[in-house]
Design a binder for this molecule. Structure first.
Ligand SMILES: C[S@@+](CC[C@H](N)C(=O)[O-])C[C@H]1O[C@@H](n2cnc3c(N)ncnc32)[C@H](O)[C@@H]1O
Length: 207
């Protein structure tokens, strides 16, 4: 059972400033916004106020069902769909924006190339993919946390044979020729508890 709503440690009602800045500064074609790994739907509902349609997609039913109840009718422009990224139940060239805050890291690394070919498929020319992901660096092994991280990595199916950390240097070679990086940035993401976590922002535009 997945986490939902306020159970997310970073639950927040405000959109991240990386997203608001992008919408203010980057021209986008007409089309829909797709929020992949939408969780509680807060950000899908934000996007629904700015796009003709915002679709929130998540693997887990519980947060989706809460999202439908809470945000299912933002100006008639939001829709929540259950599905497994990277397989996107979306028509070719229909999205102006694909937004992902910490979904990519959750899918097996062997599917990461498919993630980018799928996002390239659903984006319109000049459409944008924005990915925000936490930088999880390995803690020094001589700490309890370090030992735990190493043990978790060893047991994880996700990391077996693949990169241990999602980073822009891992992502760049996976991008199809039509997706071009237009922004790469690091920032500190402050969660409601006040703790700050290092994150990376990657923005690519489809040619
Ligand atoms: C860390 S949460 C982020 C939620 C939301 N994007 C936010 O920033 O509040 C990751 C979300 O990705 C979803 N997820 C994980 N793997 C997925 C997959 N293969 N397909 C769709 N959603 C997935 C989880 O259910 C969860 O809601």
């Amino acid at each position: 059972m997945g986490k939902a709503g306020t159970e997310f440690f970073w639950y927040a009602t405000e959109p991240p400033q990386q997203l608001t800045r992008l919408l203010e500064s980057e021209p986008l074609p007409p089309g829909l916004a797709l929020d992949i790994g939408c969780g509680n739907g807060v950000l899908t509902s934000y996007l629904a106020q700015r796009f003709e349609l915002a679709v929130g997609l998540d693997l887990v039913f519980q947060p989706l069902s809460r999202a439908r109840t809470e945000f299912g009718d933002v100006n008639g422009a939001s829709s929540f769909v259950q599905g497994a990224v990277p397989f996107l139940p979306i028509r070719d060239s229909s999205c102006a924006l694909v937004f992902d805050r910490d979904c990519l890291r959750n899918i097996p690394w062997s599917l990461w190339p498919r993630y980018f070919s799928e996002t390239a498929r659903v984006l319109r020319p000049s459409g944008i993919l924005q990915i925000l992901f936490p930088d999880r660096r390995r803690k020094p092994i001589l700490t309890v946390k370090g030992l735990r991280t190493v043990a978790k990595d060893a047991l994880s199916r996700k990391s077996r044979g693949g990169p241990r950390v999602l980073s822009t240097s891992v992502v760049r070679p996976l991008l199809p020729p039509t997706l071009n990086v237009i922004r790469e940035d690091r920032f500190l993401f402050q969660v409601p508890s006040g703790n700050r976590h290092p994150f990376t922002e990657l923005v690519v535009r489809k040619s």
